[in-house]
Write a protein that binds this ligand. Sequence first.
Ligand SMILES: [Zn+2]
Length: 136
Amino acid sequence: MPTRTHKVLSRSVTVTRIAGVTIVEAKDLAVTTPVHQLDDGAWISVNDRRVMCVSNLWRLHDHEFCRCDVADVLAEGFVDVGVDRSYIDARIAGQCITCGSDGVTGWLQMGCVDPETDEFRAVVPGSVHRPRSVTR
Ligand SMILES: [Zn+2]
């Protein structure tokens, strides 16, 4: 699996107050945050820092992974990484430990990059996630 790079758009927000009027200017910057898949999909790195590892258990609700109401998917690898503004999404290959089905999840949110500090805030894998369908 090749290492892929994705760019995150940063957004700068300027708040100016002139004579009691607040002006908020939001600007999308082409300044980029590199997002990579490393080690054959074992890691996602953001800003050259490894932020999300496989081997987590992801709880999926409202999903198409298997027939369980709530799937407990043991992640084996990141298949794809996508960036939607400052949100990092990924599709995970893994196995539901309840029913044994294996496959690839829909798009799951991994976390987001704070546009101010460039810091990555990861989601908690063990909380319940609702994957975005690939076909939808
Ligand atoms: Zn299952």
